[in-house]
Ligand binder design. Structure first.
Ligand code: SF4
Ligand code: SF4
Length: 211
């Protein structure tokens, strides 16, 4: 008796498996038969490619990065290198004020370096795409790119200057043709359809059956 129940249970699991297979078989495919088919931006939207910097909303060519170095510490593969931007040079007036303050024995305040990176380098050949840097960034300045077409003949081809890459992408996006503006809705409301003219107005004869 026990063997009959076991057989039924086994058959049921087979039916469930076949049902799942049949359901997935009927769904439209999500993969692209590259290179026979083109990979469209829509189909590449979920692709996790090499990481890239995300620009400021108002200045897309400048990264959101504040050079906190958290991504450098979090990366298990050591493929990120960031340096802070240098402090701006003091103006002649500021230099004079600093010199006077120092002559008085004070400690003058020098211009502080901006919270921005001076260099941001990424070695894609070492990256495991683990996403730790994306998660740890406090200002959401790192994301996965959709760059699928990448070729190189040597390892150095995959070491990216991310600041330059961001600037190139921002310039390319700016140069893209803008979508055509939608036609403005007409100010005057659409005229209501005129009531159908009576046969007497049109001069048309009423069919004998309707008379
Ligand atoms: S995705 Fe992972 S391995 Fe790649 S740069 Fe970020 S932290 Fe490093
Ligand atoms: S990208 Fe983010 S985590 Fe990395 S240094 Fe810049 S602000 Fe910090």
């Amino acid at each position: 008796m026990a063997s009959i129940f076991r057989t039924i249970a086994d058959l049921w699991s087979l039916v469930v498996g076949l049902a799942i297979t049949g359901k997935e078989f009927c769904r439209p495919g999500v993969t692209v038969h590259y290179p026979r088919a083109e990979v469209t931006p829509e189909s590449a939207a979920s692709f996790r490619g090499p990481i890239e910097l995300i620009g400021l909303d108002k200045e897309p060519a400048k990264p959101r990065c504040i050079a906190c170095m958290l991504c450098v510490s979090a990366c298990p593969s050591g493929c990120i290198a960031v340096t802070r931007a240098p402090a701006p040079k003091p103006t002649p007036e500021e230099l004079k004020a600093i010199a006077e303050a120092e002559a008085r024995g004070e400690k003058p305040k020098r211009p502080a370096p901006p919270k921005a990176p001076g260099t941001w380098t990424y070695d894609f050949s070492l990256c495991s795409l683990c996403g730790s840097c994306v998660e740890v960034c406090p200002v959401d300045s790192i994301g996965f790119s959709n760059d699928i077409y990448m070729v190189g003949t040597k390892r150095e081809d995959f070491v990216f200057d991310q600041l330059a890459r961001l600037a190139r992408k921002a310039a390319a996006r700016k140069a893209e043709p803008k979508p055509a503006a939608k036609p403005a809705p007409s100010a005057a409301p659409e005229a209501a359809p005129a009531p159908a003219a009576s046969p007497s107005e049109t001069g048309a004869a009423t069919p004998a059956s309707e008379a």
